[in-house]
Design a protein around this ligand. Structure first.
Ligand code: PEP
Ligand code: MG
Length: 753
């Protein structure tokens, strides 16, 4: 292939004319391959399109046998074309037939050609097909020729993505519109059906081919200059508030903004005849393709930074239209790379049906907020933002962590049915709302809510819960941009007490550290954060923080009863010291004439196993105990509660776990100290049934669990379950789980679990 007569600019101009001609899609595609072949002096030019059945179909050719068009199909992992689709990289060979991946298709008449150059048709990093040129001679294609073909490929990719070619291959849709199912991690339960709304709308480049290359070069340089100085400003101001970006990220972005290789590639793309924005997109698309295939998380993050930079450039070139519009269409499913809790709260909740994130683990702040809002959410969906287009149909399954993009009718119907079943069940639970939670043999069970944000309190009336059994105060700190002031803390607690009225509220003091990080507090490098400087340990070592919180609480609860409990207490002495701080604060308020709570009770979370061996002493010292089973089980079995690899290694219904729960229930009762369970275990009907059998009479749980647990309580005979557990625990050994025996009991006695 000697130097092209007109070069890529001329080709792009011709392509623009071809795109504008009022002809059929097939005629247009045929014209395009002819133009490409003529321009690059190749004997063959062919386009293969990836279809939704994962085959690559020959859509047009100049030079090969035209009869083979729409007949020749290859698996997406077959032949050289398949290899290009898989790697999303260009492939240039002087002797194609000697390549191990070469696959001979007699119908095409391909055997006469030796030199081969193929490039992927990429859009937003997704491979939509492959463009190939071939020559009879054994020749080596130059870097410029490869670049030029990639630029041309971009125009074809847009044509495929527009759906224009769909009619050419009945029965298969081009891959851009293919149904995709992907699994990440479940963040917030529930099923949402709706349409994609991109949190940061992708910028659509409409004008691909330049009318005036010099003008486009100028536009690109201006935009690069503008973006660079905007980033310099941000770095120099050194404040991250309002942008949400940390300094470190900005520094990296700044480095990329000066990256010579990146700038050169964009400049070359403009020189070849693309508009400035198309040049940015062309380089961005290659980058995205690399990002999708990158498994090293550090490198993937860097490619993400580069992607952000390209978006900034595009926004500068095209303007900001379409951005910042928080009004949602009906049944919106938000798709984002990542999102802060504040951004989620900005959206109209009545239209929001789900959230899909590329990042975000189950303990991320956004997950906590989504759960509080009752919005199904899924995280860790690789490349979610590139996978879907705005308006695509999508289903979020917050129970399994799956998403279905552009689902087929059967999938949609199956999920629709699931939603109806769930709604019906909710209806049944609502009917139980005003019934007292009393077992069949007359034992009253207190069912309370776990909460942490003001929005959680709306669930009190909805569920008919008896109060708040655990108010996690750290959530206010975690969603804030900076440390909440004493006044802000007091305002929140006042609002909580106002919303709960006469119902009891148990407030837990700050439980930070471990996995609960405050963005504005310097992060500590700890080998084992779960066993590190956290919760009450910080409170006792830095009493100022604890004192401010206690004072805010005592003032907010003036004239009403208040229950305060301390997290992660490991010794009786720690509780005694915490109690002394409360007494000091009470004395201080009294001295200054502030009214105090009418009754102030101080409790301890039982979540460190050492308390099991001081259970009598702690039950005598505390006004109440609350079992934090999430942490208690983590420490009892030495199993990291966030590590999915070990999460299923033990059962909370196994004999050792049940012995720990029984010990707490029995000794607390003997000391006349009320004991509650507030970990996740209390919200699962089967587990809650076991806890009642062990002697617990108060459980605190997430709002969605109240209905199912109440239904279980109403169908249960407390003395029968106690007898079963006694017998089974006496019989079972070897750390055996009672789950099968408990399940069989529920079934035999008609207890809904
Ligand atoms: C627990 O550990 O069970 C608990 C309720 O506290 P958290 O989940 O907030 O650690
Ligand atoms: Mg805990």
């Amino acid at each position: 292939m000697p130097a092209a007569p007109g070069g890529p600019r001329l080709l792009l101009r011709r392509l623009r004319e071809a795109m504008a001609e009022p002809v059929s899609p097939q005629a247009r595609l045929d014209r395009i391959v002819t133009l490409i072949a003529a321009n690059v002096i190749a004997e063959v030019c062919s386009v293969y399109v990836l279809s939704d059945d994962s085959t690559l179909e020959l859509f047009a050719t100049e030079g090969l046998n035209r009869e083979a068009v729409h007949l020749t199909r290859m698996r997406s992992d077959e032949g050289l074309v398949g290899l290009i689709a898989k790697t999303a990289e260009p492939l240039s060979l002087s002797d194609a037939q000697s390549h191990p991946s070469f696959s001979y298709r007699p119908e095409t008449g391909e055997e006469a050609y030796h030199a081969f150059l193929g490039v992927p048709l990429l859009r937003a990093g997704n491979t939509l097909g492959v463009l190939v040129v071939q020559n009879k001679t054994y020749r080596v294609y130059s870097e410029e020729e490869i670049e030029a073909l990639q630029t041309t490929a971009m125009v074809l990719a847009e044509m495929i993505a527009s759906g224009e070619l769909q009619a050419l291959a009945p029965g298969t849709g081009p891959v851009a519109r293919r149904a995709v199912s992907q699994r990440g991690v479940a963040l917030a339960d529930g099923i949402g059906l709706g349409h994609v709304v991109l949190h940061e709308p992708r910028i659509v480049v409409k004008q691909l081919i330049a009318e005036n290359v010099d003008r486009e070069v100028e536009r690109l340089e201006l935009a690069i200059g503008e973006v660079r100085s905007a980033i310099d400003d941000l770095v120099e101001r050194g404040d991250s508030i309002g942008t949400g970006e940390s300094r470190e990220v900005l520094e990296t972005v700044r480095m990329f903004a000066h990256d010579k290789g990146w700038l050169r590639r964009m400049r070359e793309a403009v020189q070849s005849g693309l508009t400035a924005e198309a040049a940015v997109e062309r380089v961005q698309s290659d980058n995205r393709a690399r990002m999708m295939r990158q498994s090293d998380p550090y490198l993937r993050d860097r490619l993400h930074d580069l992607d952000d930079l390209a978006n900034r450039l595009l926004r500068t070139l095209i303007g900001h239209e379409g951005n910042g519009d928080r009004v949602l269409p009906e049944n919106a499913i938000l798709v984002a790379r990542s999102m802060g809790p504040a951004a989620l709260l900005d959206y109209d909740r009545t239209a929001l049906r789900g959230v899909v994130l590329e990042e975000g683990g189950p303990t991320s702040h956004i997950a906590i907020v989504a759960r509080a809002l009752g919005i199904p959410a899924v995280g860790e969906i690789t490349n979610a933002t590139a996978l879907c287009d705005a308006g695509d149909a999508i289903i979020v399954d917050g129970a399994t962590g799956e998403i279905q993009v552009r689902p087929g009718p059967e999938i949609e119907a199956a999920y629709g049915e699931m939603v109806r079943v769930r709604a019906k069940r909710q209806e049944q639970y609502r009917a139980l709302r005003d019934l007292p939670a009393v077992t069949r043999d007359g034992v009253a069970i207190g069912l309370q809510l776990n909460a942490g944000l003001l929005i959680d309190l709306t669930h009190l009336a909805e569920t008919g819960a008896d109060g708040i059994g655990l108010f996690r105060t750290e959530l206010q700190f975690m969603v804030a941009q900076r440390m909440p002031s004493a006044a802000e803390q007091q305002t929140l607690y006042e609002a909580v007490f106002a919303a709960t009225g006469d119902l009891p509220v148990t407030v837990r003091t700050l439980d930070i550290g471990g996995d609960k990080i405050l963005p504005y507090m310097p992060a500590l490098e700890e080998e084992n954060p779960a066993l590190g400087w956290r919760a009450i340990r910080i409170g006792l070592d830095r009493p100022a923080l604890l004192r401010v919180q206690l004072r805010a609480l005592l003032r907010a609860a003036a004239g009403r009863p208040l229950k305060i409990m301390f997290p992660m207490v490991a010794t009786v002495d720690e509780f005694t010291r915490a109690k002394a701080i409360v007494e000091r604060e009470k004395a201080h308020l009294r001295r200054h004439g502030h009214p105090l709570p009418s009754d102030c009770r101080l409790g301890v979370m039982v979540e460190v196993p050492s308390l099991l061996f001081q259970i009598d002493e702690i039950a005598r010292a505390a006004d109440f105990l609350s079992v934090g089973s999430n942490d208690l089980m983590q420490f009892l079995f030495a199993v990291d509660r966030e590590n999915r690899r070990v999460a299923n290694r033990f059962d909370t219904l196994s004999v050792p776990a049940l012995r720990a729960f029984r010990l707490i229930a029995e000794r607390a009762a003997a000391a006349g100290c009320p004991a509650t369970v507030c970990g996740e275990i209390g919200g699962k009907p089967l587990e809650a049934m076991a806890l009642i059998g062990l002697g617990f009479r108060h459980l605190s749980m997430s709002p969605a669990a109240i209905g199912p647990v109440k239904a279980m309580v109403l169908g249960l005979d407390a003395s029968a379950i106690a007898a079963l557990i006694d017998a089974e625990m006496a019989r079972a050994g070897d750390g055996e789980t009672l789950r099968p025996a408990l399940t069989a009991f529920a079934k035999a006695h008609g207890v809904p679990i």
